[in-house]
Design a protein around this ligand. Structure first.
Ligand SMILES: N[C@@H](CCC(=O)N[C@@H](CS)C(=O)NCC(=O)O)C(=O)O
Length: 194
């Protein structure tokens, strides 16, 4: 079927700058740093660059759970990245996450710093590093990974669904996935905070 109104991507991307507002600085269609700004580095092995958003807090929760279990190596310095002020486009932050989104983690516990970005990747990195909050092998581990990766696809829509749909208006795809297939893990895993 030919759609005469089909969207044709421009040869050159331009950014129609928003007129302002609280969220005008986020989700810009640009890549790379807009300004020079080094990131602070504290004394602990893990440096967390984040903010208290739903994606941001996942990492903090897992770190606190690891500390509560006695994993001293999970000590971290938390640095605020104010995405409304465009901190995510500072050169230092872009070095840690080229995708300019919080949360981002710099693991300085080894001989070379390791950057980790995407909240799911950070949760998995921490779970594997400390051998905690993830089954070691087999079907249980695969199931955690299934949902850890899959949740990224459905999570946003799921949140909207929960706010918008009543059970009698099911199914929308994501709600159906969650309601029919989600089986809470018997034990706590990194997935529990994802
Ligand atoms: N898929 C990413 C999403 C991270 C994300 O969307 N971060 C938002 C705040 S919750 C952000 O940094 N937005 C700033 C921007 O896009 O400019 C993850 O799970 O880490």
């Amino acid at each position: 079927m030919t759609d005469s109104k089909a969207y044709i991507p421009p040869k050159v991307w331009t950014w129609d700058q928003p007129s302002g507002g609280a969220f005008a600085s986020i989700n810009r269609p640009i890549a790379g740093p807009t300004h020079d700004k080094e990131l602070p580095i504290g004394k602990h092995p893990l440096q967390l660059y984040s903010l208290g958003t739903p994606n941001g807090v996942k990492v903090t929760i897992l770190l606190e759970e690891l500390l509560a279990l006695g994993h001293k190596g999970a000590e971290y310095d938390a640095w605020l990245i104010n995405i409304r002020d465009g901190d995510q486009f500072g050169s230092g932050f872009v070095d840690v996450n080229p995708n300019s989104k919080i949360p981002a983690l710099l693991d300085r516990s080894g001989s070379q710093p390791v950057r980790v970005f995407e909240s799911g990747a950070i949760l998995l990195h921490l779970a594997e590093k400390f051998q905690a909050f993830i089954p070691k092998e087999g079907a249980a581990r695969t199931e955690v990974l299934n949902w850890l990766f899959g949740k990224w696809v459905v999570r946003r829509i799921w949140a909207v669904d929960l706010a918008t749909f009543t059970p009698t208006r099911l199914p929308s795809l994501s709600t159906r996935l969650i309601v029919l297939q989600w089986k809470p893990s018997v034990s706590l895993t990194c997935l529990s905070v994802a």
